[in-house]
Design a protein around this ligand. Structure first.
Ligand code: GLN
Length: 274
């Protein structure tokens, strides 16, 4: 057995070669402490390394569990976040959202951010780590919040990112105001057939009513009550949702802008309260 045999187990199961190689690399690094550096230095892979990775690949393929859940961690914007089946695995697309959010925060010296549907806390923690703003992350799921709390401790930013159980704005006090509201809400239209890996993620984090638009509509209509004057709202978008979300936002926000991801899909939208 060599590493190619293990990569082939994944590609034979229909996983793209690039993804398969990435996953094997992640497993080697996590379970065998064998890093890219070892590869560059020509350190040989032992039979024990290969057996460990093979076992993990078998578990991965048995029920198509995403590799990040097997490892229990996912890389996002320079940090490893704890993930379990209670939270969505942070996506590369969400890095675009957070990068833009950070740019707006820095350009406008924003101090306070509300992250709605914080999940693993990847958005809240990254903003707290990379800007001087304080972040409140809310989620309807206590199980998700437990993971977010572990992540904020891991990153050592406990006093700058805080969390609260809240169904959207339900537990935000009437007098609380933020300079920015950011969210990657569930946006897949309910009833959509998903690839097997996605079925391991919490459906509450994935699906939304109203063709995927329900949470955007609700958040947009309530956001003005919780934003400071000239505050910002920024979302990640599901495929084909930009026109509808823009029309919701145009009512209360100006300069509403849509930006595409690397695949040319409208992926983020932001605007400033009128
Ligand atoms: N905010 C989290 C993320 O972007 C979770 C989003 C969600 O569960 N819809 O990964």
């Amino acid at each position: 057995m060599n590493i190619q045999t293990i990569i082939k187990m994944l590609t034979d199961a229909g996983i793209e070669e690039r993804e398969a190689k990435k996953e094997v690399k992640m497993l080697l690094e996590h379970f065998c402490n064998y890093t890219e550096k070892d590869e560059i230095l020509g350190h040989p892979l032992t039979e024990e390394h290969l057996n460990i990775v093979k076992g993990k690949v078998e578990a991965r393929l048995a029920d198509r569990t995403p590799v990040q859940y097997i490892i229990g961690e996912s890389y996002f914007m320079g940090e490893f976040f704890k993930v379990t089946h209670d939270v969505l695995i942070p996506r590369p697309e969400t890095e675009l959202l957070v990068t833009k959010g950070i740019e707006i925060i820095k350009e406008n010296n924003l101090d306070s951010v509300l992250d709605i549907g914080t999940g693993s806390g990847c958005i809240a923690c990254t903003i707290a780590k990379k800007t001087s703003a304080t972040v409140l992350g809310v989620d309807i799921s206590s199980d998700a919040l437990r993971i977010a709390l572990d992540n904020v401790t891991r990153l050592g930013i406990n006093n700058r990112a805080v969390f609260r159980k809240s169904d959207l704005f339900s537990k935000i006090r009437a007098e609380e105001r933020f300079d920015m509201i950011i969210s990657n809400p569930p946006y897949i239209p309910k009833g959509t057939e998903l690839e097997p890996e996605l079925r391991h993620e919490p459906s509450i984090a994935l699906f939304a009513e109203e063709n995927g638009l329900q949470l955007y509509r609700k958040i947009v209509s309530e956001a003005p009550d919780y934003l400071n004057e000239g505050g910002w709202l920024i979302f990640e978008l599901g495929i084909g949702e930009s026109d509808a979300v823009k029309s919701f936002m145009d009512e209360y926000f100006e300069g509403v802008t849509v930006e595409k991801d690397l695949n040319g899909i409208d992926r983020i939208i932001y605007g400033k309260m009128i």
